[in-house]
Ligand binder design. Structure first.
Ligand SMILES: Nc1nc2c(c(=O)[nH]1)N[C@H]1C(S)=C(S)[C@@H](COP(=O)(O)OP(=O)(O)OC[C@H]3O[C@@H](n4cnc5c(=O)[nH]c(N)nc54)[C@H](O)[C@@H]3O)O[C@H]1N2
Ligand SMILES: Nc1nc2c(c(=O)[nH]1)N[C@H]1C(S)=C(S)[C@@H](COP(=O)(O)OP(=O)(O)OC[C@H]3O[C@@H](n4cnc5c(=O)[nH]c(N)nc54)[C@H](O)[C@@H]3O)O[C@H]1N2
Ligand code: SF4
Ligand SMILES: [Mo]
Length: 732
């Protein structure tokens, strides 16, 4: 059934595309399309939506969307029955495990798994059934540093403090662009309004970012910072806070340990010593620290810019420390923990592990696991390096690592060498084109939704259930059903597997688990109550919850965990001579775009059409850097790193810090074998053909995307096809 079959009354749900969980209202139109608007009665988003919500219908009606399981053959993709597909996947995974050992099967989970509660609940048992240590996900190209700090400081990887944006009087953001990203690890639909409200009530918004981005435009102050040097700024802010006696730890003194260690470390980083490296004046650093400490309430927050760089782990730690020692923790207007209606902290460790660190290491580069996963920057080498424990098979679910992980080009080649690959995805894209079998899940409008992930990170406690709007098209199945079937086929052949499957489907489907969780949860709701409130239920602002919510053994906050303290040495070794590292290169960073969602949503005409003179995938450069290279706006340039080269048009703008250039990620849809008819027309190039999988945050293993050294020069088309980027991939 397509959208044309949908008639009023209006349908209410949450948009699941990004972290903002906006309420939407969907009604049918006479021309068969859907009207998708912001739901004014949603207590959390109050009518706000972005252009992507309207495109939910395009995913649903996309002719390129897979509606049946398919198998790759020499003659193209061939339709399979589910039974054949499941049988073949289970057979191959079991055979490879038996032949090469249990770690020979790897998994990669992409970002949309977190926006899909069925997948979230059924992935852990599926992955356990494989018994592999080769587990990877988008976490290590994203928020790993936050989990790492949460685990080591508060005792649980999901204890990630959220800025209480609606009550704060001083919002200090580092490396984030919530006006475009709609907020991340800070679920807060309508960030524009919320930031405006901070200023309207006399508060201030400050942004530290190498780009004068869209959020800088609505801030009181913006300061450029050299990419990758934020850790020094944070240390210097703490230096001032301690040196000038601005700490306010009294309330939390009995709840923290290690404050002296922090003071000792911060003493070594004066504003004057870090100013030339960060590019931020010492006077400015002192002023920031003083304002922050003096504000009625303040909160420091850092996102992708500081999470995915060489010192991401230290940055997220020091951000927490700054909030805590200035008395801006666990209190209104500061950094706070949430209390979601479905509380993952109450779940068994088998579904929501507290976290773990370095229990094992990757085979080739010896990178540490975190919470059972290895850094995805190691995936290609684990596939390509021969020897016992080599990855021979891969399961991907809702991910596109070829475009989203560092040195994606190498991973692209690695995937082509696998003995077996299966993908749960509804598109044949840069990654899934390598799969032997693709299992297509339902589209967002064809399934129930409840946000169990982003309510842990929301600036207000709310609850909302979204029922499926449409029947599944074709033969698509929900991710959880696919995962359950695979799990049970891998665990037990034949009758036992089938009985377990029936049992789970009847007695413990996602809705049942959700209902139990809501009933046992802190707000004592039930699925029925939540379902009845079609616009969602407001459970109020965040509440102080310490020490009750801490999961550390001593019920105290560890301000100075040993792995972090030790890593300070790396800061000194590395950053104090950052110029040597760059060696005259430009420093490459990323950026997000409102009409894009990581590497997907590019197959919807509505989102990509735009102005042909303004393609989305450009390199942004400061006028002085462009002049030095004699470049004119709009011309194609060759961007080269140690890893590879790409060609993109240059966009000249003084919103960039001199010496820094920016390219959005998720583009590069011109690869042979893709079935993305719209995206191919707006291909762009992939920044991750330039980023280096050897460049990681050595502390926790996150990819260090930001600060990749590159050169940029005019591209002469006559240079031909020497570059690996421009050379076409061989046909599958
Ligand atoms: N250079 C650079 N690289 C980056 C980043 C950056 O800032 N700079 N950002 C990183 C970040 S933060 C992230 S989160 C990653 C994202 O990286 P990934 O998670 O690897 O990639 P996505 O682009 O989110 O791809 C999502 C895939 O899931 C499919 N999909 C969508 N919904 C569903 C569903 O419900 N079920 C299933 N089974 N499949 C679905 C889509 O078709 C698509 O193939 O990229 C990272 N890469
Ligand atoms: N429209 C849209 N929204 C999205 C997404 C999307 O693709 N499109 N993706 C979603 C996902 S998966 C995520 S994780 C979030 C991310 O959400 P955000 O982190 O808010 O988004 P970004 O635009 O990546 O912002 C990162 C900022 O860091 C800056 N930066 C880069 N390097 C450095 C550095 O070294 N130091 C500092 N201080 N700043 C630096 C960049 O200039 C940029 O402004 O967005 C989510 N929302
Ligand atoms: S901001 Fe995010 S949740 Fe809200 S409408 Fe846009 S994509 Fe959907
Ligand atoms: Mo992300």
């Amino acid at each position: 059934m397509g959208p044309e079959h949908y008639n009023p009354p209006p349908h209410y749900r949450s948009c699941n595309l990004c972290e903002a969980i906006c309420g939407i209202e969907i009604s049918g139109r006479n021309d068969g399309k859907l009207d998708i608007r912001g739901d004014k009665d949603d207590p959390f988003s109050r009518g706000y939506i972005c252009p992507k919500a309207v495109a939910l219908q395009d995913i649903h009606s996309d002719p390129d969307r897979l509606k049946y399981p398919v198998r790759r053959t020499a003659k193209g993709w061939q339709r399979l029955s589910w039974d054949e597909a499941f049988g073949e996947v289970a057979k191959n995974l079991k055979r490879i495990k038996t032949q090469y050992g249990k770690n020979s099967v790897a998994t990669y989970l992409g970002n949309p798994t977190v926006h899909n509660y069925g997948a979230l609940l059924f992935l852990p048992p599926f992955i356990r059934s494989l018994r592999t240590r080769n587990r990877y996900s988008a976490t290590s190209v994203d928020q790993l540093a936050h989990h790492f700090a949460g685990y080591l400081m508060f005792g649980h990887q999901l204890l990630i403090p959220v800025p209480d944006i609606d009550r704060t009087q001083y919002f200090l953001a580092l490396g984030a662009n919530p006006i475009v990203s709609n907020g991340s690890l800070m679920t807060a639909p309508g960030m524009g309004r919320r930031l405006e409200a901070v200023r309207r009530r006399g508060g201030r918004v400050i942004l530290i970012d190498p780009r004068y981005n869209e959020t800088a435009r609505v801030a009181d102050r913006h300061l450029f910072i050299r990419p990758g040097t934020d850790v020094l700024l944070l240390l210097a802010l703490l230096h001032v806070v301690f040196a000038e006696g601005l700490t306010r730890v009294a309330d939390l003194a009995s709840l923290t340990s290690g404050v002296e260690t922090i003071e000792g470390i911060a003493a070594q980083f004066t504003p004057e010593s870090v100013a030339p490296i960060t590019g931020i004046d010492a006077i400015e650093i002192r002023r920031l620290a003083q304002e922050f400490a003096a504000a009625e309430s303040a909160v420091c927050y850092g996102r992708i810019g500081v999470s995915t760089q060489e010192f991401g782990g230290l940055c997220q730690w020091l951000i927490n420390v700054l909030n805590i020692v200035t008395g801006n923790f666990d209190r209104p207007g500061g950094a706070m923990f949430t209390l979601p209606a479905f509380d993952p902290l109450a779940l068994p460790q088998s579904i929501a592990p507290h976290g773990s660190f370095a229990r094992w290491h990757s085979r080739v580069r010896k990178l540490p696991e975190f919470s059972g996963e290895l850094p995805v920057a190691a995936l290609a080498e684990e596939i390509l390096t021969e020897g016992p424990g080599q990855i021979k098979a891969l399961v991907t679910c809702a991910g596109n690592p070829v475009l989203s992980t560092p040195n994606g080009r190498e991973l692209d080649q690695a995937l082509a060498s696998l003995e077996f690959m299966v993908s749960l995805d509804f598109y044949v894209n840069e990654t899934t084109r390598h799969a032997h079998i693709i299992l297509p899940p339902t589209s967002p409008l064809e399934r129930n939704h409840y946000d169990i992930a982003f309510n842990i990170l929301a600036v207000r406690n709310t609850a909302k259930f979204s029922p499926a709007l449409f029947q599944p098209q074709g033969e698509t199945k929900d991710d959880w059903e696919i995962l359950l079937e695979l799990q049970t086929r891998i665990e037990n052949d034949g009758l036992r597997g089938s009985l377990k499957r029936q049992f789970m489907k009847r007695l413990l489907p996602p809705e049942r688990i959700l209902d139990l969780g809501l009933r046992l949860g802190p707000h004592k709701l039930s699925l029925r109550k939540v379902r009845e409130a079609v616009h969602g239920i407001d459970l109020g602002p965040l509440q102080p919850c310490l020490p009750g919510r801490l999961r550390t053994a001593d019920k105290r906050i560890a301000l100075a965990p040993e792995p972090m303290v030790k890593d300070i040495k790396r800061v000194k070794d590395r950053l104090l001579n950052v110029d040597a590292h760059l060696n005259g290169h430009l420093s490459l960073i990323g950026r997000r775009q409102l009409r894009s969602n990581n590497s997907w949503m590019h197959n919807t005409e509505r989102l990509v059409k735009g102005n042909p003179a303004k393609p989305p995938c450009t390199i942004l450069m400061h006028p002085a850097d462009a002049a030095q290279r004699d470049l004119t706006a709009g011309e194609n340039v060759l961007v080269r790193s140690k890893i590879g080269e790409i060609v993109v048009p240059v966009q000249i703008s003084n919103e960039m810090m001199p010496g820094v250039v920016s390219i959005p990620h998720g583009w590069g849809h011109d690869r042979e074998g893709n079935q993305l008819s719209v995206a191919e027309q707006h291909a762009g190039a992939s920044i991750n053909d330039l980023t280096d999988n050897q460049a990681i945050d050595a502390l926790c293993g996150t990819a260090a995307f930001n600060g990749t050294p590159v050169t940029v020069e005019r591209y002469d088309a006559r240079q031909g096809t020497a570059s690996p980027h421009i050379r076409r991939q061989s046909r599958l």
